[in-house]
Design a protein around this ligand. Structure first.
Ligand code: UT7
Length: 317
């Protein structure tokens, strides 16, 4: 039996930091409101001309280095993003060209904040089927380019960045299971136009925050339980919850429902804001590099975003 394991992680954050105090000067908001309602203190913003693939390349190279592989070893690229450089070629292909690894499949997945989790699930299946040996899984976003900077209710939430993992075959899991879901009935609560439906004239993020919040908390609790039950373990058996970093209150409410102490939850939303598909791999890499997440530990990853789409998975790092 072949399983997939995480051989290495990497991430990248743009140099420019935008603090809540900076935002106070740009719009009618306050550091206090943003901290109290979201936990966010600062976020990173891509430089002029810096793209999603620019950031993904940095994260990918860091993950490859951590795994002890080179770009020539990569034989599969799954790329989660909602903010692609171009309509096509997809970001996976653009990243492949940068890395100089030819011929292998490379594609992007547009499932908003769940993009990395969907990409991870697909890559896991290819590794387990013996069809990929060094799979690069990316979550990268330049959300600052699709934020409506005149809408204080959403502009304060988002940030830019990229995260990556390299998967390799192993005799034991690695990835125990992943669980993907979607419910298109919620399509109007969180969306961004700009595609070929010209009637969708809004080309910036539109979000009914309060309604999204309520569905997110309920859905994430169920998603975590589903993953625990599928693997016949209790919450107490987890070393870490690595949640989607949208709002500290959503993370706290989810942890509370599960009876999981916050000491065992990785939070980076304070520093990164909501980076959509990049949020889970960014949180994972940050915790790995700071020494909190260690080899052999059991992690539950989850994400929730526009669609709605949501996903979770159990991983032994
Ligand atoms: O990653 C994908 C999934 N996304 C999420 O999970 C996000 C989910 N939603 C949320 O995180 C929260 O709903 C928000 C952080 C977006 C909003 O927090 P809230 O506690 O739900 O606030 P609200 O939208 O109910 O607004 C409360 C008040 C309003 O004023 P009134 O009508 O009560 O007078 C807003 O106008 O806060 C006001 N407000 C602000 N005030 C200062 C909204 N945005 C701001 C702001 N600064 N930036």
């Amino acid at each position: 039996m072949i399983y997939a394991r995480i051989a290495g992680t990497g991430s990248y954050l743009p140099e420019k930091v935008l603090t809540n105090l900076d935002l106070e000067k740009m719009m009618d908001t306050s550091d206090q409101w943003i901290r109290e309602r979201t936990g966010i203190e600062r976020r990173h913003i891509a430089a002029d001309g810096e793209t999603t693939v620019d950031m993904a390349e940095r994260a990918a190279r860091a993950a490859l280095e951590a795994a002890g592989y080179g770009p020539q070893d990569v034989d599969f690229i799954a790329f989660g993003t909602t903010t692609p450089d171009m309509v096509f070629p997809n970001c996976g292909v653009l990243l492949q060209a940068r890395l100089g690894c030819r011929g292998a499949p490379a594609f992007s997945v547009e499932t908003a904040c769940s993009g990395f989790m969907y990409a991870l699930s697909i890559a896991d299946k290819f590794v387990r089927a013996g069809e990929a040996k060094r799979a690069l899984v990316i979550g990268a976003e330049t959300l600052s380019r699709i934020v409506d900077w005149s809408d204080r209710s959403s502009a304060v939430l988002f940030g830019d960045g990229a995260g990556a993992v390299v998967l390799e075959p192993a005799d034991a899991p690695g990835i125990f299971s992943t669980h993907l879901h979607a419910d298109g009935r919620y399509k109007d609560l969180l969306y961004c136009g700009g595609g070929t439906d010209l009637s969708k004239t809004r080309r910036t993020i539109a979000m009914s925050g309060n309604e999204v919040f309520k569905v997110a908390v309920g859905t994430l609790g169920k998603a975590i339980k589903e993953t625990l039950e599928a693997n016949r373990i209790e919450c107490s058996g987890l070393d870490w919850l690595v949640p989607h970093q949208a709002n500290l209150r959503i993370i706290q409410a989810t942890a509370r429902r599960l009876g999981l102490p916050m000491e065992r939850v990785i939070t980076t939303v304070q520093e990164h804001g909501n980076t959509s598909a990049a949020s889970v791999p960014l949180a994972l890499d940050t915790a790995v590099r700071s020494g909190r997440i260690r080899r052999g530990q059991l992690l539950l990853l989850e994400a929730f975003g526009g669609g709605f789409t949501w996903a979770s998975g159990l991983v032994r790092y």
